[in-house]
Design a protein around this ligand. Structure first.
Ligand SMILES: [Zn+2]
Length: 557
């Protein structure tokens, strides 16, 4: 039995709140980063449905598209709710149970009317990886949903996903069955929060010297044409150059996961690595269960240092210790890219971060994992490849990617020069010549504190700027009205420490007035730690009493 994390509880609450607001109409989506515990949240949601609706909730189907995910969802429900009335219907798992009140199903296995009719009246359909539900109606998923709705017009559909975009690059709430995103943990702010609180680990995307050339590979339907892609990627020269560099760059990494373009490519990669003395193996969808298990166990025990993986989506690869991803599979698909990165950012006490060796140009093309390129709201006009629309730049010192707005390299703390507009193709020489500064921690006198009410993507907040002379040393964002309780709690804690009379304001406006009218204590000095692209406030010094900076949550340079 496991307990849910606070944000997982909130995600569940947001679904019920949504239905309350819409009088039980509408199909909501919960967006949580791959690696943040989506399956347990789903399990918690289902349990809550049964607790709330009792016998009126006679049937819930949990649907996904591959057997690994069916297994994963099944296990998550059992872990969270031992003794749940749970069954499995999946041809590839050789199980065809229809009588249980909750059934984990493969979408292909139950797609035919004669099959899904066996389940009778279904109350709720929970779809895992719901970005795969197409916008088009004449598809397996959409026909199944329509068929179940015929049996029960009040059928509810709830989607869970790690990305709000479909494979063909449309928003999930655009032209489909899903109406609203009711909870989204995939913003830059929440992503960073998850990492800081050890719910997920940091990714270090690095641009190796060698880059796979896909300039001649055609794009169709939002993705590279597979055959042409394989021809461009699966060559001796590419394999040799990419893997030689991998062996160098990943020498202190224990578990490498390599993304390939096809089974043959994966075999060639493994062949090369084994010859070079790196014990490795292929894991692909066509393996029988015994072999697959043997290889996964071997990877986990360290017998295989590297695994070459064929289809990112075909694996429910939940191994938190993976500390290096090697991308040999160029993609145009944001969701595929995010799924791949997600394999490395699960939290594990055994690693500090996950190195992403991107030979495929995916980061430059699609952006950083916490802030990926967003498809245009109105689909139709295609993105131009190579336009450099992704907001990233490359650190000239360590070749890691950083968000275009970062002041410091997340990997090595190199300070990006502010005057130069940087792109991935900027002249590196010029930048290297500039002064490099590696700073960790310093205490600065605060001469003045500035307050302002600002509107951000995350709602209205009070922006607090700590000044030393004319320089802004660090900032706090106080989001007391946030719907996310961890931000609101952090905001209240921030106020509690400062409020002279102990009063906690009810909203942002009231808070601003308190700040401006001198009702809040102000620090005489702050200690700022520079790490990655962030200036984190380690502590505030209020006339001798030092308060840790953790309470405020987020401070950015
Ligand atoms: Zn760097």
């Amino acid at each position: 039995m496991i307990t849910l994390r606070p944000y997982q509880e909130e995600a569940i609450n947001s679904i019920f709140k949504y239905w309350q607001k819409t009088a039980n109409r509408g199909n909501p989506v919960v967006v949580m980063p791959v690696g943040s515990g989506k399956s347990p949240t789903m399990a918690g949601f289902i349990k809550r449905c049964y607790d709330k609706f009792g016998t009126r909730m006679s049937k819930v189907l949990v649907i996904t598209h591959v057997k690994e995910l069916i297994e994963q969802d099944y296990e998550a429900i059992v872990d969270f709710w031992p003794g749940a009335p749970l069954g499995v219907y999946s041809a590839s798992l050789n199980k065809k149970q229809t009588d249980n009140r909750i059934v984990c199903c493969g979408v292909q296995s139950i797609a035919k009317p004669e099959t899904y009719k066996k389940f009778g009246k279904v109350n709720c359909l929970v779809i895992d990886e719901c970005h795969l539900v197409p916008a088009k109606e004449e598809t397996t998923y959409r026909r199944l949903i329509a068929g179940l709705k015929e049996i029960n017009p009040k059928l509810k559909v709830v989607g869970f996903t790690g990305t709000p975009f479909r494979l063909d690059c449309g928003w999930i709430t655009e032209n489909g069955i899903f109406d609203d995103i009711v909870y989204n943990m995939c913003t830059v702010e929440t992503f960073d929060w998850l990492i800081r609180n050890n719910y997920m680990c940091d990714a270090i995307p690095r641009r190796p010297e060698f880059q796979i050339d896909v300039s001649n590979v055609k794009i169709r339907g939002g993705e590279y044409v597979e055959k042409e892609l394989q021809a461009a990627v699966d060559t001796d020269a590419v394999t040799r150059q990419a893997l030689n560099e991998t062996i160098q760059l990943a020498k202190d990494r224990k578990h490498w996961l390599i993304f390939c373009t096809g089974v043959e490519h994966a075999k060639h990669v493994v062949e090369y690595l084994c010859k070079a003395g790196v014990n490795s193996t292929v894991i692909s969808g066509d393996l029988d269960m015994t072999t697959r298990k043997e290889r996964i166990d071997g990877f986990k025990s360290g017998r295989y240092r590297a695994v070459a993986n064929v289809n990112v989506l075909s694996t429910g690869f939940n191994y938190p210790d993976i500390d290096c991803l090697v991308m040999l599979r160029p993609t145009q698909s944001v969701s595929l890219y995010i799924q791949a990165c997600g394999r490395g950012i699960r939290y594990s006490p055994n690693k500090e971060n996950c190195l992403i060796l991107d030979f495929a140009g995916n980061v430059a093309r699609l952006g950083c994992i916490n802030d990926p390129l967003q498809p245009k709201k109105k689909s139709g006009k295609k993105r131009d490849d190579g336009e450099g629309t992704a907001p990233v730049k490359v650190c000239p010192k360590c070749n890691c990617y950083a968000p275009a707005s970062a002041k410091f390299c997340p990997a090595c703390n190199y300070e990006f020069p502010t005057e130069t507009k940087l792109t991935a193709h900027a002249s590196l020489d010029e930048i290297i010549k500039r002064k490099q500064k590696q700073e960790t921690e310093k205490t600065v006198e605060v001469t003045h504190v500035k307050y302002a009410k600002i509107q951000t993507k995350n709602g209205v907040q009070v922006l607090v700027e700590y000044r030393s002379g004319i320089q802004t040393v660090a900032k706090d964002w106080i989001n007391i009205e946030s719907e996310k309780s961890f931000f609101a709690t952090a905001a209240k804690e921030w106020i509690r420490i400062r409020s002279r009379d102990g009063y906690i304001p009810k909203n942002t406006q009231e808070l601003l007035v308190m700040c401006l009218s001198g009702k809040m204590r102000e620090p005489k000095a702050i200690t700022v730690k520079t790490s990655g692209g962030y200036n984190r406030i380690v502590s505030y010094d209020f006339d001798g009493s030092t308060i840790s900076g953790n309470a405020t949550g987020h401070s950015r340079a």
